[in-house]
Design a protein around this ligand. Structure first.
Ligand SMILES: [Zn+2]
Length: 273
């Protein structure tokens, strides 16, 4: 059994501020270690529940956060950017199940650590087939297109709720209670690691028994409406093939697959910024 472990950084144990997750800033080195420890706890939980292979995706910023020299030796690390499928690189390679850790809530969520969707500087909001969507939903739907279920999420209580809205029977490990965008009551790393290990083991054990949760799917064609931060961003992307400008800051585009919309979304956000 092969599991893709997608690790973002904002929802890692103890993280509350941008300087803790921004390469080159003062606290990034400390939090790289904490991120690697969260990853290792989940790898251990998955392995104890019978996973044969765990591929860890370093899914934050330039994908150079996890300390490979401290990574559990049973895991393989997907590192560096850009990778063809970005946060989900590897999902296309015979994966049985996925877990998302260190996750964060979508842009505009109250009491959510570092809430944003893909880029704080570029993205004001996103809807997919008229449903508000953040990174969790985008990644879960792309996983679903490859028939891969998402078994677990970790982060604050806000992303746990967002994940349950998409996948009611997902396992959640809430390692901090957010009180605002930059403030949370955080478990100690030791407590957090126990919770992560046990949640990962329970999620995989349960999935082996029941094959629940199921992969999630959307309807096709799939349409994204993207509200950008500034009108100049819409000026830059409005002539991109397939993109329609709806108003000052809103653009939309439509494709026949989640894979195509995921790629187009990333391209439009990159070009807009
Ligand atoms: Zn991130």
């Amino acid at each position: 059994m092969k599991v893709l472990l997608v690790a973002d950084m904002e929802g890692i144990s103890g993280v509350t501020l941008w300087e803790q997750v921004t390469p080159g800033q003062s606290e990034w080195q400390r939090f790289r270690r904490l991120m690697t420890e969260d990853v290792n706890a989940v790898v251990d939980g998955l392995m104890s529940a019978g996973a044969d292979e765990v591929v860890v995706v370093d899914a934050h910023w330039k994908s150079n956060n996890i300390l490979i020299e401290q990574l559990d030796e049973r895991a393989v690390l997907q590192s560096g950017t850009p990778a063809p499928l970005s946060m989900l690189e590897g999902i296309q390679e015979d994966v049985d199940a996925a877990v998302f850790i260190g996750a964060h809530a979508r842009v505009g969520t109250a009491q959510a650590i570092l809430d944003h969707t893909w880029s704080s500087n570029v993205v004001s909001d996103v809807w997919l087939n008229d449903m508000p969507i953040g990174e969790f939903g985008l990644n879960a739907l792309l996983s679903g297109e490859f028939d891969v279920p998402v078994l677990m999420v970790s982060g604050d209580q806000a992303v746990a709720k967002e994940a349950k809205d998409w996948i009611p029977d997902i396992y959640t490990a809430v390692v901090k209670q957010a009180k605002g965008r930059y403030a949370a009551a955080c478990l100690s790393p030791k407590q957090s690691h126990t919770l992560l290990r046990e949640t990962a083991a329970s999620a995989l054990t349960q999935w082996k028994k029941s094959h629940r949760p199921l992969p999630i799917k959307t309807t096709f064609p799939v349409k994204i409406q993207l509200s950008l931060r500034h009108t100049a961003m819409a000026d830059r992307v409005q002539f991109f093939p397939g993109v329609t400008r709806l108003d000052g800051r809103m653009v939309s585009f439509e494709t026949e697959t989640m894979l195509d919309i995921y790629r187009l979304f990333r391209a439009v956000v990159a070009l807009a910024g």
